[in-house]
Design a protein around this ligand. Structure first.
Ligand SMILES: Nc1nc2c(ncn2[C@@H]2O[C@H](COP(=O)(O)OP(=O)(O)OP(=O)(O)O)[C@@H](O)[C@H]2O)c(=O)[nH]1
Length: 239
């Protein structure tokens, strides 16, 4: 091959990848696209499969950079494909898919007593190292006569949707609280999360036992110490 042909400028513009198209739409709309943001509204039909293909290609490049022989080692031959599927359609799907439908029902019995759902098992990944976060969430709701109600399973589905993104735990509970508050319009909302961070177990400090606990208290749970205590005491007996 002639040396000139190696250094020749490309005559055609490089093809714009699907991630660039999506990013362009987000920037045009002034929309944030942090690791824990949902960007489903900016992804057109069919583009998620295209995105998975692009991610696969980049992961193949990552394996190459790690000097892993993906040709002769049959164990890694499909790793890029598998990991791309895992990121886009499984562990980070909360970024790319629309919120699960959560039909709301009127509070016909005008319930205004404390209700607790949990423990809801949640799985996430830390945005710093993309290591798994495995944990549990407890949700307390104090409805009022005009609050909406949602089916019990929808608490778990919404929690899964919010957690299936690269996150930090402090922001994850706030995001979940925002989603629930928006749908239920309760007098009070409380969330407690307890999670195990694999970035602390598998690598780094290698502490196997440390857990992170955090909470968010809104409305009546913030103002009324007795209610807050009732919620926390009820969890205390069940954890
Ligand atoms: N606050 C908070 N920190 C987290 C969370 N998940 C992981 N981390 C921590 O975020 C930190 C990552 O940032 P750095 O301290 O810059 O990373 P690092 O030098 O690789 O840290 P080491 O883990 O100590 O090796 C680590 O201490 C993680 O344990 C989370 O949900 N919330």
């Amino acid at each position: 091959m002639l040396l000139e042909s190696v250094f020749q400028e490309p005559t055609t513009a490089p093809e714009v990848g699907v991630s660039d198209r999506i990013r362009h739409r987000l920037i045009e709309a002034g929309q944030r696209f942090h690791a824990n943001d949902n960007i489903a509204a900016f992804i057109h039909d069919g583009e998620l499969d295209e995105l998975r293909t692009e991610v696969k290609q980049k992961l193949q490049g990552l394996l190459h950079a790690l000097v892993i022989d993906t040709h002769s080692d049959h164990n890694v031959a499909d790793t890029a494909k598998r990991v791309a599927k895992m990121f886009v359609h499984e562990v980070f799907r909360g970024r790319y898919e629309k919120a699960p439908a959560a039909t709301t029902f009127p509070n016909v019995s005008q319930l205004n007593e404390l209700m607790i759902v949990g423990p809801v098992t949640v799985r996430s990944a830390c945005s710093h190292h993309l290591c798994p976060i495995l944990g549990k969430v407890w949700i307390g709701v104090l409805p009022n006569a005009s609050s909406d109600l949602i089916g019990l399973s929808k608490y778990a589905r919404l929690a899964e949707w919010v957690m299936n993104r690269p996150q930090i735990q402090e922001e994850a509970v706030v995001m979940l609280a925002d989603e629930l508050e928006h749908r239920l319009q309760p007098d009070g909302l409380a969330i407690v999360m307890e999670a195990s961070h694999f970035c602390m177990h598998w690598r780094g400090v290698k502490d196997n036992d440390a857990l992170m606990h955090n909470s968010v208290m809104r409305g009546a749970f913030l103002k009324n110490a007795t209610l807050r205590l009732e919620f926390l005491n009820l969890l205390g007996n069940r954890r």
